[in-house]
Design a protein around this ligand. Structure first.
Ligand code: C2E
Ligand code: MG
Ligand code: MG
Ligand code: MG
Length: 282
C-alpha cells in the first residue's frame, strides 16, 4: 500500500489510528485470557412457534464479561476473534455449551427442541476446519444432528467455493440444519435457496420493525414467506418487538418469531428456569 514507504512509513498512521490499533491489540490479548478463563457466557433467546406460542427453539448468543469493560458485544469482539484465530476455540466452546443445554431441554422441555448457533463467514470458511469434531461429539452424546441449527449469512453462498459446499453437505449428512440469517440485508439472490439445502430463513429485523398493514415491508415479508414455503423452508422473523408485528406475521403464515416481545437473550441458567416456568404453566 504505502508505495515508496521507507523511513517515512509511520507518517501514514495518525495518532488516532495508532490508539485504535493499540486498543484492538489490548482487547485481543484480553480475549485470549477470556477464552482460557471463564469470561465467556452463553445467552439464549427464545424462538416461538407463532401458531401455538410454544418455545421450541432458542438462539445461542455469545457474551464476553470483561473484568474492566463489562459486557462486550459480539459485534465488537467476533472480528478480533477472527483476525487472531481465536474464533476456532471460541466456536468450539459455544458448540460444547450449546450441546450440553440442548440435551437437557430435549429431555425436560420438548423432545425436538433445537438450539441454533451463529457461524461467521470467516469461521465457516476457515482453512482445514471441518465439522468432524462436532459430529463426533453428537454421536458420543447419542444426540441427533437435528438438535443443532447453524446460522450462516447470505454472503457465504454468493460465491460459494467447493469448501463451503462441502461443509454444508457435511452438516446436512450429520443431520445438522442450516438457517440463513439476516435474510434481506445482503444480495438476497433467490437462486441459492434452491441450490443449497437450507432449512430456515430468518427475515431480518429491519423488515420486521417497519411492519404495518399495506406497507412495502409487509408486502416483502409476505412474498418472502410464500416463496420460502414453496421451496420447503420454514421462516423465522427476527426482532419481533410488538404484538401487532407478531399478529401481522402470524396472519402472513410466518412459522416462528424471535424478539424482545417474547424475551431478550438471557444467561443460560436463567433461560433454563424460564423454560421450566413456561412448561409448568402449559
Ligand atoms: P444475529 O445472529 O442476527 O442475532 C440477533 C441479534 O439481534 C442479537 O444481537 C439479539 O440480541 C438481537 N435481537 C434479538 N431480538 C431483538 C429485538 O427484538 N430487538 C432488537 N433491537 N434486537 C434484537 P447480539 O446478541 O448483540 O448479537 C449480534 C450478532 O453477533 C449476532 O447477530 C451474530 O451475528 C453475532 N454473534 C452472536 N453470538 C455469536 C457466536 O457465538 N458466534 C458468532 N460467530 N457470532 C455471534
Ligand atoms: Mg443469528
Ligand atoms: Mg440475525
Ligand atoms: Mg443480525
Amino acid at each position: 500500500v504505502a508505495k515508496g514507504a521507507g523511513r517515512n512509513r509511520f507518517s501514514y498512521f495518525t495518532p488516532a489510528l495508532q490508539v485504535a490499533a493499540q486498543n484492538r491489540m489490548r482487547l485481543t490479548n484480553d480475549l485470549r485470557s477470556a477464552v482460557k478463563g471463564d469470561q465467556l457466557k452463553l445467552y439464549f433467546q427464545p424462538i416461538v412457534h407463532l401458531k401455538t406460542g410454544r418455545v421450541v427453539k432458542a438462539e445461542a448468543l455469545l457474551r464476553w464479561q470483561h473484568p474492566q469493560r463489562g459486557l462486550v458485544s459480539p459485534l465488537e469482539f467476533i472480528p478480533l476473534a477472527e483476525s487472531s484465530g481465536l474464533i476456532v476455540d471460541i466456536g468450539q466452546w459455544v458448540f460444547n455449551e450449546a450441546v450440553r443445554w440442548v440435551q437437557r431441554w430435549r429431555r425436560d422441555i420438548h423432545p425436538e427442541f433445537q438450539v441454533s448457533l451463529n457461524q461467521s463467514p470467516v469461521e465457516f470458511q476457515r482453512e482445514g476446519g471441518s465439522y468432524d469434531v462436532w459430529l463426533r461429539t453428537l454421536r458420543e452424546m447419542d444426540m441427533p444432528g437435528q438438535a443443532i441449527v447453524v446460522e450462516i449469512t447470505e454472503g457465504l453462498l454468493l460465491d460459494a467455493s467447493t469448501m463451503v459446499t462441502d461443509k454444508l453437505l457435511q452438516l446436512r449428512d450429520g443431520g445438522i440444519q442450516v438457517a440463513l440469517d439476516d435474510f434481506g440485508t445482503g444480495y438476497s439472490s433467490l437462486s441459492y435457496l434452491n441450490k443449497f439445502d437450507i432449512d430456515y430463513l430468518k427475515i431480518d429485523r429491519s423488515f420486521v420493525s417497519n411492519l404495518a398493514p399495506e406497507s412495502s415491508d409487509m408486502a416483502l415479508s409476505e412474498a418472502i414467506i410464500v416463496m420460502a414455503h414453496k421451496l420447503g423452508l420454514h421462516v423465522i422473523a427476527e426482532g419481533v418487538e410488538t404484538a401487532s408485528q407478531r399478529d401481522l406475521l402470524a396472519a402472513a403464515n410466518c412459522d416462528f418469531g424471535q424478539g424482545y416481545l417474547f424475551g431478550k437473550p438471557i444467561p443460560a441458567e436463567e433461560f433454563d428456569a424460564f423454560l421450566a416456568d413456561r412448561l409448568a404453566i402449559g
